[in-house]
Design a protein around this ligand. Structure first.
Ligand code: FES
Length: 138
């Protein structure tokens, strides 16, 4: 049965002690495990999937492509390296490898003949140097 409303029923009466209100406690947001996992799994220099080269003052990043030549990998990835003969004669594809050289095969006879001492400075013929068929750690 409903109680009829009167003027007196709308006026607050004596307050009844209620249960204590819970205090707000600042808690930090939960850790984001996915981000942390990504950060810890961030590629270090030893797992960097790119070889960085310069050619005539221009920098290029070429994603490793085991078994492919540095030039063909670069061209297939939209990196516009200059080249001409594709046979190791003209030297137009010459690049200086700044990082990732250990993922390339050893210089072949044409590179040794064409580049000589420049090999020690990291120069390679992009048409003659290839990515190792198995990626190695640097
Ligand atoms: S394109 Fe001529 S040496 Fe590589």
């Amino acid at each position: 049965m409903r109680k009829p409303l009167t003027v007196g029923s709308l006026i607050a009466g004596p307050t009844v002690p209620s249960a204590p209100t819970p205090q707000l406690v600042h808690t930090p947001p939960p850790a984001r495990p996915r981000q942390e996992a990504r950060r810890s799994a961030a590629p270090s220099s030893s797992t960097n999937p790119f070889v960085h080269v310069t050619q005539r003052g221009q920098r290029f990043s070429v994603r490793m492509a085991p078994g492919q030549s540095l030039l063909s990998a670069a061209l297939s990835q939209g990196q516009a390296l200059s080249y001409k003969c594709l046979q190791g004669h003209c030297g137009k594809c010459c690049v200086q490898v700044t990082t990732g050289s250990s993922s390339l095969t050893k210089p072949n006879a044409r590179e040794q003949e064409k580049l000589g001492r420049k090999l020690a400075q990291g120069y390679r013929l992009a048409c003659q140097s290839s990515f190792s068929s198995t990626l190695q750690r640097q």
